[in-house]
Design a protein around this ligand. Structure first.
Ligand code: FES
Length: 162
């Protein structure tokens, strides 16, 4: 079993323990999903039948709720979310190049998470600080006037394998 598979097994066991506290409580679907999201970091797709069975729902009902709420994820998320702005102000000031370089530095595409679960890469329509364009957000911190050199500094630990 590779490391990724082992992580999945552990996550499923954690989900199972949480789900067992909500037996037959149909009303609890949303709070239960939020709790799994908070404690496990995502809702493993393999756990959907188990969640449904425990609450006496159809798997499609569980899936429907997960799809509806943007803050529920079926893939692991990185500890830090990197959001590259693709708004007009950032775009005209090189945002596209910044996104390309972030992808190169992190070796992931948009919507993906690094294998060490450190970063998830997303794009956003506008961060709201257009005067500082181009911008990226890492975790809670906004980095304005981004350029290749600043980016390299920001992720330099990764380049040295950290
Ligand atoms: S367009 Fe990028 S912050 Fe507004």
């Amino acid at each position: 079993m590779d490391k990724k598979e082992m992580v999945k097994e552990v996550d499923l066991a954690r989900v199972s323990a949480i789900v067992s506290e909500y037996k037959d409580e149909k009303w609890a679907l949303i709070p239960l999903l939020q709790r799994i999201q908070n404690e496990v970091g995502y809702i493993p797709p393999q756990s959907i039948p188990m969640i449904a069975k425990n609450l006496r729902l159809f798997p499609s009902q569980v899936q429907g709720v997960i799809s509806f709420y943007a803050q529920l994820y079926t893939q692991p998320r990185g500890r830090k979310v990197v959001r590259v702005c693709r708004g007009t102000a950032c775009h005209v000031r090189g945002g596209k190049t910044i996104l390309k370089l972030v992808k190169q530095q992190l070796r992931i595409e948009e919507g993906e998470t690094t294998p060490d679960l450190e970063y998830t890469l997303e794009t956003v329509a506008c961060i709201g600080v257009c005067a500082l364009a181009p911008n990226i957000v890492v975790g809670d911190h906004v980095y304005g006037h981004m350029n290749p050199k600043k980016l390299e500094q920001l992720f330099k630990n990764r380049r040295s394998g950290g």
